[in-house]
Design a protein around this ligand. Structure first.
Ligand SMILES: O=C1O[C@H](COP(=O)(O)O)[C@@H](O)[C@H](O)[C@H]1O
Length: 236
């Protein structure tokens, strides 16, 4: 993992977007695993800007949804689905046939995870995987614990993850989500890891100890040969 310190969120968003634009120029139909949350929003806005300049840039890119809350319907404004429609799929004109997602409304969560995993087995590995950092060191919904899971799976969410978004406390108990597993993440050809904002300092310090532990799933990224980790000054 290469740590790339940047001044602030604006710089992080711009540099990360530029790296994706470069990759998509080299491989227009790349498979892009999209995270949600505050960390990638600015980066997606820069990608949108690039799309307004060159309408062909993202016309073949394929997108896979990284994770979804299982406790609110996908139509909910706070769902990952709604986020991606608003910040990525709509702005970049990603057509439905180039977007692959699990539908948490279907309730057969294992079948949905198996379906997305089968897609990844067939079409993968992912060319680019975007990751944010949870305050407790999680990546996607791979939460700290005794062990981590390899495939797409249903994940029980940590309290700090639920508190990240007040809408989630209105849902079912225990709160859970569906997400890509560690295998899908670590098999990605390139990972763009965004660490931004004050709430990430403790997890960032743990990562920088360079000890690989399931208590901080993000530490596994040290084992990947191509991770660009952009970290802004507030997170350090
Ligand atoms: O709970 C989550 O948090 C992380 C970080 O969120 P952010 O809003 O600080 O970017 C996110 O990357 C992850 O997918 C989600 O599970």
């Amino acid at each position: 993992m290469k740590i790339i310190p940047v001044k602030n969120y604006a710089e992080l968003s711009e540099i990360a977007s530029a790296s994706i634009v470069q990759s998509v120029k080299e491989k227009p139909d790349l498979l892009f695993c999209a995270a949600t949350g505050g960390s990638p929003t600015g980066m997606y806005a820069h990608m949108h800007q690039a799309h307004t300049v060159d309408r062909n840039l993202f016309s073949a890119m394929r997108t896979i949804k990284m994770d979804e809350w299982g406790i609110i319907p996908s139509e909910h404004p706070d769902s990952c689905e709604s986020y991606l429609k608003k910040h990525l799929l709509g702005p970049l004109d990603i057509s439905e046939d180039r977007y692959f997602s699990f539908d948490t409304n279907l309730k057969d969560y294992q079948a949905e995870c198996d379906r997305v995993q089968a897609y990844l087995d067939e079409e993968g590995p992912m060319d680019i995987c975007i990751l944010g950092l949870g305050k407790n060191g999680h990546i996607a919904f791979n939460e700290p614990g005794d062990y981590l899971q390899a495939p797409f799976h249903k994940a029980i969410l940590a309290e700090s993850t639920i508190q990240h978004d007040p809408a989630l406390s209105q849902g079912a108990e225990p709160a859970f989500g569906l997400c890509v597993g560690m295998e899908g993440i670590l098999q990605s050809k390139k990972i763009i890891f965004l660490i931004t904002g004050k709430g990430k300092q403790e997890a960032y310090r743990t990562i920088m100890e360079k000890k690989i532990t399931t208590n901080c799933p993000a530490t596994f990224l040290w084992m990947h040969p191509n991770v660009a980790c952009y970290v802004d000054q507030e997170a350090i």
